[in-house]
Design a protein around this ligand. Structure first.
Ligand code: C2E
Ligand code: CA
Ligand code: CA
Length: 745
């Protein structure tokens, strides 16, 4: 913009300069024309006066009577004070008479005087008035412009010459009122082209140059030549053609006094005078510089304005941008930086802590429960408070990020590696302290997973991922922390492999069901538990305890669950039909499946499709999964019970179920975990524990099932303890449908 407008201004200035120049030249030309007309008419008037006087003198040969002539002259002078006086000369140049104010010697002869001889000769040859050379007239002590006019008789013979003069007064501008301004001047140059001599007749402003030099020096030839050249170039005219046609032109000249001038010039053919109206060449320049100054002042002023304007715009732009960046990089609820912030700043942060640092992955325990029970407003307030406590806890240079939901990430500088465990413990106890929200008290736990740079991993993504894994490990205990370990890494890798292969397992027909018989205390068949099996090309045989959790985490369990239910129902239904034998079918159901929106509906339809007796279906739910989300599943369990579907609490004793929960749940069967059964033979405490579980079951009107029975002794012990049903290798390993058919037969 700066350079663009600078160039524009230069162009404008250029045209401005041309315009100023043109205007000055045109003006001078115009003035020259006006002035030359005024001078011409002035001279014409003088000529007429002289002609009239001459006529009077001719009458009765008056001019011969000196007394009469003088009297006439004096009278005339009184009426026309601009004349310096009058004189009359005979044709031989002798002064015959003068007005009485002129005192010259009686024998003055114009033809004998060097200064007057040329002009006098011209008068004798001309019928017109002659303007003679300006000279200093000692008699009256003034510079004068002499005028001469021949007096002719009727036949055209010259009888005498009238002589007068005009004051060449430098203070008197003879063309006053013609609009010529102070910085312009007028010069009248007398030109006899036949003599090649030019003299100044009148110059309105002579400055410090003496009249003598001004009027008594001939105009140098070099100046005339230069004017001729200029005329040739500008107008393609010669001086002679100008003399001929009286055209007005404008030129630039350097005077003999070395002044640079611009001028309009016109030739008066009658009186042989050049009329110049001239101005100093510097007037153009100074006017131009005035404009230049104004232009540049405006230019600079507008740039100052622009500068501040742009600065202001840029500033508010930057502010807005910073605001946007802040918004994009911060969480709106807690005002903590978010993941975007982390990715934007992590490289710099890492440079500052390149030797060692920790990545903490924090996840609040049971936060979902608070949200569900008390609403999101309370949940939000707790999150804000948690964020506040975290901010207080960590150092300025630790990078605290809200990862989303109830999860936070901290990049923690390593100040004292030995103290990190104490540090995390005090963090956990700080977060676990009571929260006062809306006049209520809340407690919340936090699980922390920790990854160490550079021991555990070097890449940020991996550090985050393994800290997350460690957090899941900590979650199993709740309100605790866990460092990432190599075992976890291995499990992680296995998990990833399992996930990848499991996605296509059903399609590839790699899954099948096996059935493990369940036997009543009297030795008759109670039913079977359906267990899934998977053999993969790459991973070989993978146990359900390995891939079921992966399926649950990744959501594959939905598809897998459908496969299990459909296969188990149809296969067992077929066997039952073949043998005409009805027995119970227990299907393991994951908590994730149970919480599917249409679980019950779909399940009922699946039972119906396979022609299965609903009353013979048992769903096994794992204690550890179901208890945590008890509120969610409780309704489903009641619905299932309503539809005559039995529920068995699997792995009983390994979870945290309290007796009060047992009373609330619509459970038909307690499945005592294998770990208890294993110990009853050699541990009396364990035996007593199993006994009391069986008693509790009886109290709540539930059947008790012992799983993992491997020996007869165990069976005997359990029978004594009044256990209802037995399942385990002692009776049979899980069997394929073909083997089950054989077994049942
Ligand atoms: P679970 O439901 O407690 O199943 C019992 C597990 O104990 C089965 O292992 C079974 O083969 C094993 N078992 C039975 N009797 C004995 C015994 O006398 N000695 C020993 N050592 N083991 C015995 P499996 O089939 O590997 O299943 C492991 C777990 O995987 C199951 O525990 C269950 O939680 C899950 N699972 C298996 N199949 C399914 C399924 O179809 N759906 C779901 N959701 N989970 C399943
Ligand atoms: Ca089971
Ligand atoms: Ca079990």
């Amino acid at each position: 913009m700066f350079f663009g407008s600078f160039a524009l201004i230069l162009v404008l200035l250029y045209f401005n300069y041309i315009d100023i120049k043109k205007r000055h030249y045109t003006q001078l030309k115009h003035y020259s024309k006006v002035v030359s007309r005024a001078i011409h008419s002035d001279l014409l008037q003088n000529e007429m006066i002289l002609t009239v006087i001459g006529k009077q003198l001719l009458d009765n040969d008056n001019y011969k009577d000196k007394q009469k002539v003088q009297k006439l002259f004096d009278e005339l002078l009184k009426q026309n004070p601009s004349y310096i006086g009058f004189g009359l000369a005979d044709i031989d140049g002798n002064l015959m008479a003068t007005s009485s104010n002129i005192k010259v010697s009686k024998d003055y002869n114009f033809l004998k005087n060097k200064k007057t001889v040329d002009d006098f000769k011209r008068v004798l040859k001309s019928k017109k008035m002659i303007v003679a050379r300006t000279y200093f007239f000692k008699n009256i002590d003034e510079w004068i412009i002499p005028l001469r006019k021949a007096i002719l008789d009727e036949n055209g013979n010259i009888l005498a010459v009238m002589i007068t003069g005009l004051r060449n007064d430098k203070n008197r501008n003879i063309i006053e009122g013609l609009g010529v301004s102070n910085d312009q001047s007028i010069a009248i140059i007398k030109d006899y082209n036949y003599e090649h001599k030019m003299y100044r007749q009148y110059v309105s402003q002579i400055g410090d140059i003496s009249n003598d030099i001004m009027y008594n020096t001939v105009i140098p030839n070099s100046l005339i030549e230069s004017i001729k050249r200029t005329l040739k170039i500008r107008y393609d005219l010669s001086l002679d053609s100008l003399r001929e046609n009286g055209q007005t032109v404008s030129i630039k000249i350097t005077t003999s006094f070395n002044k640079s001038l611009i001028a309009g010039m016109t030739y008066d053919k009658d009186y042989k005078l050049w009329i110049f109206v001239q101005a100093s060449g510097s007037t153009i320049v100074s006017e131009f510089f005035n404009n230049l100054f104004i232009y540049f002042a405006l230019f600079i002023a507008s740039f100052i304005v622009f500068y501040f304007l742009f600065k202001k715009i840029a500033l508010s732009d930057r502010k807005q941008q910073e605001e946007l960046i802040f918004q994009a990089q911060h969480d709106s609820l807690t005002k903590l930086p978010n993941r975007t912030f982390m990715y934007a700043h992590i490289e710099k942060w890492k440079k500052r802590h390149d030797t060692e640092y920790f990545v903490l992955y924090l996840d609040l325990d049971n936060f979902k429960n608070i949200n569900d029970k008390f609403g999101h407003t309370v949940g939000d307030k707790i999150l804000v408070e948690v964020a506040h406590r975290l901010e207080m806890f960590f150092y300025e240079d630790d990078m605290l990020i809200r990862q989303g939901g109830d999860e936070f990430i901290v990049l923690k500088e390593c100040i004292d590696a030995n103290n990190i465990e104490d540090n995390i413990e005090s963090l956990i106890s700080l977060i676990s302290q009571v929260y006062h929200i809306d006049a209520k008290e809340f407690r919340i736990g936090v699980s922390v997973g920790i990854a160490r740079y550079p021991i555990d991993a070097k890449e940020t993504e991996e550090l985050l991922s393994i800290a997350d894994t460690a957090m899941y490990e900590a979650k199993k205990r709740k309100n605790s922390y866990c460092f990432f370990s190599e075992t976890m890494r291995h499990e992680n890798i296995v998990k990833t492999d399992i996930e990848q292969e499991l996605r296509s397992a059903i399609e590839k027909d790699e899954l099948w069901m096996v059935y493990q018989p369940q036997i009543k205390a009297d030795g008759s068949l109670y039913g079977v538990e359906a267990l899934v099996r998977w053999e993969n090309e790459k991973l070989g045989f993978v146990g359900p305890d390995k891939f079921i959790p992966v399926a649950e985490e990744t959501g594959i369990i939905r598809e897998l669950g459908d496969f299990i239910i459909n296969t188990a129902l149809s296969e067992v239904a077929t066997i039952q039909a073949q043998l005409n034998l009805e027995f119970s079918l227990a299907i393991n159901i994951s908590g994730v499946q149970l919480m599917e929106v249409n679980f019950l509906e779909t399940f009922l339809k699946q039972i119906e499709n396979s022609n299965f007796n609903r009353a013979s279906v048992t769903l096994e739910i794992t204690e550890s999964v179901s208890i945590e989300k008890m509120d969610d599943v409780l309704n489903v369990l009641y619905d299932l019970q309503e539809h005559n579907i039995k529920i068995s609490l699997d792995d009983f004793g390994t979870g945290y179920s309290s007796l009060s929960i047992l009373r609330e749940l619509p459970i038909d069967e307690l499945k005592i975990d294998k770990s208890f059964i294993d110990k009853i033979l050699y541990d009396d405490n364990e035996k007593a524990l199993v006994q009391s579980i069986i008693n509790i079951g009886k109290n709540f009107n539930m059947k008790t099932l012992a799983e993992g029975v491997e020996s007869e002794k165990q069976v005997q012990n359990l029978k004594e303890a009044n256990c209802d049903i037995f399942q385990g290798y002692y009776y049979s390993k899980p069997l394929t449908k073909e083997h089950l058919l054989e077994y049942l037969k």
